[in-house]
Design a protein around this ligand. Structure first.
Ligand code: V1S
Ligand code: CA
Ligand code: ZN
Length: 371
């Protein structure tokens, strides 16, 4: 007999108010758009919706340095001379501006991720969703790539209190460098990132970067080229993730569901459709291991909202009307006003030979993992 999964969804209505600044591609407003679609489809009635407690500075220092968290907690857009010096050390130029409320924004994102991990630890939920989380580039003492506090590392540290092994999976178009680095020397966290590699931020995530010391073999990198489509992605993703789950046998899975891997993203360069992206989420759900889905990148905001609303439905086993219901941001979805994000006719620079080489290499790496 299969039981209905218990799903918790974290959402704070304030999250959409924060603004990285004019022309910055990261728009926290996309979370409000996604939530508006979730409620317009009536999905909020089918899960446990919780406003997360905000993470404290002390909780953040479980991974980040005291100095960095202290700086972040007092920074505003008007910097004193001393703060300008610190900003040059802790923030990274235009990517991570000191926008008003940056600390509160980070404490909302991180609050949901820590609280969600606790729910999984106590067996209160089978699946947890925090679309405001997934900020995978933040480092111990520095912001990077639009990420200030690494909510993912903090969630995994929480899960490690109760689970011997935790798997981290990252389908954002960028390499999950901050999370990989934090657990690079341990065999208790396996990190797997699929990403564009080659003249692309952050530059790390080479196929041959596999971890060091006890962690050797426990970092998996799948470097891809422009234009990967649903079929080639699935043919790599499913066999790799099946092997990872069989060999590593994690007690919990944390999945960063960045939507900048979708076709038509403002920054990304892949050609995944919404259905192709969501099939990865559905595939991970099929293992029946506690699953924590987080947000991440995603810069064509109407498609971010469509995809995270659809993935919420996939996790709930609910079907959605392909015609969008009326919602607060209906005008954003014209002229089609449909749910789907289709792929385009762009070229796929990932040749069959290239993909086979990647698969063979990763499969060999995974065969060396003891089980
Ligand atoms: N690609 C890209 C990109 N675009 C920007 C950007 C553009 C306009 C702005 F006003 C501010 C920033 N920055 C970048 C990348 C960072 C991408 C971060 C992705 C984050 C995530 O999706 O993985 C998770 C949330 N930064 C760079 O490429 C660095 C630069 C090298 C070029 C851009 N300039 C602005 C900074 C230096
Ligand atoms: Ca990735
Ligand atoms: Zn990204």
């Amino acid at each position: 007999m299969t039981f209905k999964k218990r799903i918790t969804y974290y959402y704070d209505e304030d999250v959409g108010n924060y603004n990285y600044g004019y022309n910055h591609p990261m728009k926290p407003f996309r979370m409000r758009m996604a939530h508006s679609l979730v409620t317009a489809y009536g999905l909020d009635k089918k899960m446990n919706v919780i406003r997360p407690p905000r993470a404290s500075a002390r909780q953040m220092t479980r991974f980040h340095s005291d100095d960095y968290v202290e700086f972040l907690s007092r920074v505003t857009h008007e910097l004193t001379e001393q703060e300008i010096d610190h900003a040059n050390i802790y923030l990274s130029g235009e990517d991570c501006p000191p926008f008003d409320g940056v600390f509160e924004f980070s404490s909302i994102s991180t609050g949901g991720s820590i609280a969600g991990a606790k729910r999984i630890n106590h067996g209160d939920s089978d699946i947890v969703i925090n679309w405001a989380g997934g900020l995978h580039h933040a480092k111990k003492s520095a912001a990077s790539g639009f990420c200030y506090i690494n909510d993912i590392v903090l969630a995994i540290l929480e899960l490690l209190r109760y689970h011997q092994r935790v798997m981290y999976l990252d389908i954002d178009v960028h390499h999950g460098d901050g999370v990989e680095e934090a657990f690079y020397t341990t065999d208790r966290v396996m990190s797997v990132s699929f990403h564009k590699h080659g003249d692309f931020f952050p530059g790390s995530g080479h196929l041959l970067d596999v971890g060091v010391a006890k962690g050797k073999g426990y970092a998996v990198n799948v470097p891809l080229r422009d234009g990967i489509d649903d079929e080639s992605y699935k043919n790599l993703f499913q066999p790799i993730m099946r092997m990872v789950m069989e060999r590593f046998r994690p007690g919990a899975v944390v999945m960063q569901c960045g939507t900048d891997s979708l076709s038509g993203d403002r920054i990304g360069c892949f050609n995944l459709s919404m259905k192709g992206h969501a099939e990865c989420v559905d595939f991970m759900k099929s293992f029946g291991v506690p699953l924590f889905c987080l947000g991440g990148g995603g810069y064509t905001i109407r498609n971010v909202a469509r995809t995270w609303a659809y993935e919420t439905a996939v996790l709930l086993d609910e079907d959605l009307d392909p015609v969008l219901p009326y919602n607060d941001y209906y005008d954003f979805y014209g002229p089609e006003f449909r749910l789907d994000v289709p792929a385009s006719n762009m070229d796929n620079a990932n040749t069959k030979e290239y993909l086979e080489k990647i698969f063979t290499h990763v499969a060999e790496q995974l065969r060396d993992i003891p089980y």
